[in-house]
Design a protein around this ligand. Sequence first.
Ligand code: NAD
Length: 478
Amino acid sequence: MGYEPLDLFINGQWRKGSGGAGEAVLNPANAQTIGELPHANEADLDEAVVAAVQGFKTWSAMSPFERAAIIRKGMAIVRARADAIAETLTLEEGKPFGEAKGEVLVSADIIDWYADEGCRTYGRVIPARQAGVRHIVQREPVGPCVAFTPWNFPALTPARKIGGALGSGCSLILKPSEETPGTAIAFARALDEAGLPKGVLNIVFGVPSDVSSYLIPKTEIRKVSFTGSTAVGKHLAQMAAAGMKPVTMELGGHAPVIVFDDVDVAKVAKMSVAGKYRNAGQVCISPTRFFIHDKVYGEFVDAFTEMAAAMTVGDGMEKGVRMGPLANDRRLDAMDGFVKDAVANGADLRTGGERIGNQGYFYKPTVLADVPTSARIMNDEPFGPIAPISRFRDLDEVLAESNRLEYGLAAYAFTADTGRATALADGLESGMVGINSFNISMPETPFGGVKGSGYGREGGVEGLESYLTTKFVSQSPA
Ligand code: NAD
């Protein structure tokens, strides 16, 4: 166990970059270097494109059943190595080992699910207007794809791209985050060992903007998938549009959590704390704007604050740790900025609000109460362990406030009233809605947002759909 050496994976070869450039990978729990990551230069990226084109030819010519057998074998290897891969993930990203292992296992499930669903990419036969004519609709993989994934879920976000692309018969050039490269590499090694033909999956690293601006315009690349911030997503979508390439954009969110006065407040507060501080809040569907009914507001804030303040924060490899460090030092500065601004706008800092120690990127689980909508944290995605809480009195008011922002990824509501639950499910402008639950992401369910949170879906049949094109064949007798 420990942190494995890092390589590029191009055309079935594990190797360093030909330009010699690279960067250090740090453990966010202590800011120590744990690995040296090679960068791909333009010649390496050109090779990856050629490999992906050849890989696509090989892979798309195989039956989905043959493809699924290789993918499933790869994921069996991942499961057998789940502890080692989870350690890699915790070392590079910081989340507690248990969370990391859960992520690795669900990522294997996601990739398997796509591989199986790829066997069900049915077309259809449309009745023709003349005898002897056949109208056939067939589904085909779109072609070589590129994907860019972030640091917060080093297994899950690559798994959604690898699963969708490979499950549908496409090849992929994946650029995982340079801050958390080892986990995606471990998945690629498992697929390589399972017999994945060369060029089907290629892994590259570099300066993100250089790699994306070089690869996206390539005529050979037929689809672009990105998970990350809304600002970067808009930029990449524009580049893809210039080449008329379909995109899947999983961008930021700022999920409202609406809690009515007819629920078990202690239970919902406990669920909310678990949801909020998972991965130290660095989750695009993290519950981020808590709107609590006036009648139970005090009870909720007190219960939430008590649990947040008691949370064990530390190195994710240590037993009993509930929350690890933030993934990088940028998040520490961002948290301080959000807290200072909220307090200046009149918010009540109930707990936390500061860094822990000066080694690693630890930040206290933070609760801000009575946060006005003028505070920046009620408008910009916090992406960290801060829970801003405010009160509401009626459904229309809280729906309007929930829908006010550009974001529309996830939303949550807690109520025992079925009519109200339906009104919330229908009224929330969001790609995903959890009613009395924070559980909105499964391999078989569509994941994605509306408005500034992006478009396209990953997971579910919709996820596979986005890697397929439709061909209509009209066949007449000669
Ligand atoms: P960032 O916007 O610079 O980077 C976000 C991700 O996009 C990183 O993985 C980065 O490598 C990648 N990226 C950046 N520019 C790119 C480009 N031109 N081409 C290709 N990839 C590019 O910000 P950051 O400091 O890493 O993260 C901060 C913000 O990003 C957070 O506040 C959050 O809003 C957002 N974020 C969202 C998700 C998500 O799951 N939706 C994940 C990570 C970060």
